[in-house]
Design a protein around this ligand. Structure first.
Ligand code: 6GU
Length: 233
């Protein structure tokens, strides 16, 4: 069976959304990965299908109820052999290319999307959920983050992207940002393509690209630059 994302969400109709298009969408249609969504609301047993309640101690917003999320997780886990559990939240560890690599090596990834002010902390104690964030900003829910995570994994799966080495060359694997790219025409709006790229000297082209990547990284991402310098030692 193919790599499968199991998405637990209050908004299953948001999926596949962007994941139904482009590279991920083609791979989905070709059976190279699978998507299953589960509506957390289906696991409410209250009269009005309530999934959340006010936080103990007061404060704004609503908290997803432990028993509802627990039943949803039990339902999904009961069908799977050794799934990896992810909880998407701005409190989580930052998502990295390394984490995407390790998720691509799993068979089943269960992704719990939070909403409102979060979920009852006791669910996070009860289940082996790894809390993951996609960056230092706040989204209204985990669904868009789940799409980011799944897109990032799917493009790593075997045969989804043609060439294996087009992945190895990628910026974040080397702690470098990508060098600038150009295509035809050679002259556009009085702007020329750098001569070296037209020279046919492959050594000089590689050297130029590395210099560009290093300069961009140093300027824009001092944190990445630091890691790049250390990883070269
Ligand atoms: Cl995973 N969820 C939400 N709601 N906001 C975020 C996030 C996740 N990552 C960054 N901001």
């Amino acid at each position: 069976m193919s790599w499968t994302a199991h998405i637990l969400t209050l908004f299953p109709e948001m999926f596949p959304g962007p994941l139904g298009h482009s590279i991920a969408g083609k791979a989905l249609n070709n059976g190279m990965w699978s998507l299953k969504t589960y509506n957390i609301r289906d696991f409410s047993q209250s009269r009005h299908n309530a999934v959340d309640d006010t936080p103990f101690g007061g404060g704004p917003g609503m908290v997803l109820k432990a028993d509802v999320v627990h039943r949803a997780l039990e339902h999904v886990s009961g069908q799977l052999t050794n799934p990896k559990y992810i909880y998407l939240s701005p409190r989580g560890k930052p998502l990295t290319q390394e984490k995407l690599d390790s998720l691509a090596a799993e068979q089943n990834v269960v992704v719990l999307c939070g909403h409102y002010e979060g979920i009852d902390e006791r669910v996070l104690e009860e289940w082996p959920l790894e809390e993951v964030s996609i960056g230092d900003y706040v989204l209204s829910g985990g669904e868009v983050a789940a799409m980011v995570l799944v897109d990032g994994v799917v493009r790593l799966l075997d045969d989804v992207i043609g060439k294996a080495d087009s992945l190895e060359e990628e910026s974040f694997r080397k702690n470098l940002l990508e060098y600038p790219q150009y295509t035809k025409p050679q002259l556009w709006n009085d702007r020329k393509v750098p001569d070296v790229l037209l020279s046919g000297h492959h050594r000089l082209i590689s050297q130029w690209r590395l210099e560009q990547a290093e300069t961009l990284t140093k300027q824009r991402r001092p944190d990445l630059w630091e890691r790049y310098c250390h990883s070269k030692e």
